[in-house]
Design a protein around this ligand. Structure first.
Ligand code: FAD
Ligand code: EPU
Length: 340
């Protein structure tokens, strides 16, 4: 059957971004097959347009109507591709829902991704910022991925080293930014599974369980997340709006002298990660609003849509918070979501 290109024009993106910001895409393609990408590159009118790849829209802030082509990830499929004495190698297509994929691996009896339960969005977006939660990052379970390059129409296989993963960062935010599509991701899930219970909240919740299973850890983490983070179906948001800032040991020491309650975590490289939510709360922003953009009352790191918010209003609130945190603590907060 010949490949179809079911292109649409002037498509509303309101329901396709979890912040619930109103915007449209001039051109739109729900991508369901890899050869649709090849076909696109052969159409000069479309090949020259700016592109936005959209998964679950849970880490984007739309600041205007998108004048180019939105590629909405609809590639599906997941399978065990290999195993050896150490690992199960499990692959999922870029359009698979992340949490459904994690739940499926747990149902198969393959532990390893349970700490990353209930993170919204798609498998294909997970490497972009090296998603992380409760003491585990995607890079800890990553094996490789397939990436389609727009300029050449070629599919490349990228290894852990190629992806340059760091805290909320990867090569896809730098050298390979906007240059292609992550088609699928392969994970190495350990056969000799060990629970990762280092994160305070998780250790506390499971203190009375002697040998928690991966499924129990997943259930616990889902409950912790639901108690802290707003459900985007009810209140629009993009999760943490800022990264937790990394500071030197000297800067942390100077801050501790002024603020003994400062929350910080030591890093392998000698630096410290500060809890941005705490800084924002201390700066007086928790539960406050600027226009229709608000700071969530239960987690100051999460900005929310109080109804009909625009990308510009969200940006204005973010800048006010950044300015106040800089003034009080001398710390620059970097935004986490991608501004479009
Ligand atoms: P989108 O928002 O659709 O896209 C994000 C970026 O990736 C865009 O630049 C987009 O162009 C690009 N992109 C998407 N798919 C592809 C692809 N296949 N190929 C190339 N580029 C692509 N994040 C964490 O790390 N930890 C958390 O604990 C966490 N909790 C969250 C809680 C809530 C309530 C919310 C709303 C968000 C949270 N996030 C968290 C952020 C978000 O879930 C992740 O960043 C997620 O990976 C985004 O997936 P997505 O499919 O929605 O990406
Ligand atoms: N805190 C406050 N006030 C607040 C919010 C937090 O004092 O308003 C304090 C908490 O009491 C806690 C510390 O800050 O001592 C850390 O808070 P929390 O455990 O809620 O985690 P976080 O640092 O705010 C990070 C990630 C989340 C991830 C959780 C769990 C970043 C930017 N955020 O949040 O990721 O789910 O840890 O690992 O690293 C995301 O990236 O979108 C996201 C939600």
């Amino acid at each position: 059957m010949p490949t179809q290109l079911p292109l649409q024009t002037d498509v509303a993106l309101d329901l396709l971004n979890t912040f619930g910001i109103a915007a449209t895409a001039r051109h739109f393609l729900h991508l369901t097959a890899i050869d649709q990408l090849q076909l696109l590159s052969e159409l000069p009118m479309l090949a020259s347009l700016p592109r936005l790849i959209l998964g679950g829209g849970s880490n984007v802030i739309l600041t205007r109507d998108f004048p180019g082509l939105v590629l909405h990830m609809g590639l599906r499929g997941r399978e065990l591709v290999d195993e050896d004495e150490h690992d199960f190698y499990v692959r999922a297509a870029g359009g698979e829902n992340w949490h459904e994929f994690v739940s499926w691996t747990l149902q198969q009896g393959w532990g390893g991704l349970e700490n990353l339960s209930l993170i919204p969005g798609s498998v294909g977006a997970a490497p972009i910022q090296n998603i992380g939660a409760y003491g585990v990052e995607l890079k800890d379970r990553f094996h490789s991925l397939h990436w389609f390059e727009f300029a050449t129409g070629k599919v490349h296989s990228l290894t852990l080293a190629d992806c340059q993963f760091a805290y909320r960062d990867s090569v896809f935010k730098h050298g390979l930014r906007d240059l292609g599509v992550i088609l699928d991701v392969t994970f190495a899930l350990p056969k000799h599974w060990q629970p990762q219970l280092g994160y305070g909240d998780v250790a506390q919740s499971l203190a009375s369980v002697t040998q928690p299973t991966a499924q129990q850890i997943s259930t616990t983490i889902c409950a912790i997340r639901q108690s802290k983070l707003p459900d985007p179906h009810i209140i629009g948001n993009a999760g943490s709006f800022f990264k937790n800032p990394l500071v030197s040991a000297e800067q942390r020491q100077a801050l501790l002298a002024r603020y003994p309650a400062l929350i910080s975590y030591s890093q392998p490289d000698g630096r410290y990660k500060l809890a941005a939510g705490w800084l924002i709360e201390q700066a007086g922003w928790k539960g406050r609003a600027l226009g229709n953009a608000g700071v969530y009352a239960r987690q100051a790191l999460v900005l929310v849509n109080l109804g009909g918010v625009t990308g510009a209003a969200v940006l204005a609130l973010a800048q006010s918070i950044q300015a106040d945190v800089m003034q009080q603590f001398g710390v620059q907060l970097e935004t986490e979501p991608v501004f479009v």
